[in-house]
Design a protein around this ligand. Sequence first.
Ligand SMILES: [Zn+2]
Length: 117
Amino acid sequence: MSTTSTPKRKAKGPRPRHVPQRTCVACRSTDAKRTLLRLVRTAEGTVEVDPTGKRAGRGAYLCARVRCWERGINERTLVRALRLETLTEENRAALLRYADERVPEGSDDEEGTQDQG
Ligand SMILES: [Zn+2]
């Protein structure tokens, strides 16, 4: 008895792509849903934000939360993740500024005490 009952269908359309897990270097959480922002090490040894996520070079991810950016930048986890020795003041300031301007506060449950009135 040889019933060929293995449905081998070749889906033509968009493949069920494997969703890569990103890990925030600051809080170590892997969250595919939350948009993690990519930072890339440039040839000059500086760190730049890579909104497209396609730039060549060693990259590291941070949550779209200011808290994680400050932590990653100030606690040097980002620097280590990118195998850098250090981050220049200028570069650091630029990244923090980016976080300040573009990254949402991330009002999660952690931060919920706001005075009313
Ligand atoms: Zn994080």
